[in-house]
Design a binder for this molecule. Structure first.
Ligand code: ZN
Length: 144
């Protein structure tokens, strides 16, 4: 692993450079001083999607969901738990396919929930269907 990592702040979208050795020490954003990780998935929109997917040096796991989708709602607490376990090695994020239809179409999301794992802008893996927290963590660790 390299000596430092670029991490995109979920509050102000500033790209921070964090020493890899200090990743586990609750790093804060140099611009807005908020924590870069708070054990909760971040919200992706058209405004921050490209930056979060392309500029983070850690993998980004995206939950493509919608408010009307029952299985998506069932999986939400599991995804929260997975965030607490996978951060700060992986960034977890949610994309509402109803409000962000262009992004859902761009990635040809046909069923929800769908999890997609990205690293430096490349999609590494994709998994449709709801999963429990342990399965999410195992699935991600199997790909990074
Ligand atoms: Zn910030």
């Amino acid at each position: 692993m390299s000596e430092s990592l670029h991490l995109v702040c979920s509050h102000c979208e500033t790209v921070n450079k964090i020493p890899t050795a200090r990743l586990g020490e609750e790093p804060k954003c140099g611009q807005c001083h908020q924590r870069l990780f708070d054990a909760h998935p971040i919200k992706l929109t058209a405004a921050n999607f490209q930056r979060q997917i392309n500029r983070n040096d850690i993998p980004v796991l995206v939950d493509f969901w919608a408010p009307w989708c029952g299985p998506c709602k069932m999986m939400a607490p599991a995804f929260e738990q997975a965030a607490a376990q996978l951060e700060p090695q992986v960034r977890l994020a949610k994309l509402n396919t109803e409000t962000e239809q262009n992004i859902a179409a761009q990635f040809s999301i046909r069923s929800i929930p769908t999890l997609a794992l990205f690293q430096n802008g490349q999609e590494l893996a994709r998994q449709p269907g709801a999963m429990g927290a342990a399965d999410i963590v195992r699935w991600v660790r199997g790909h990074v």
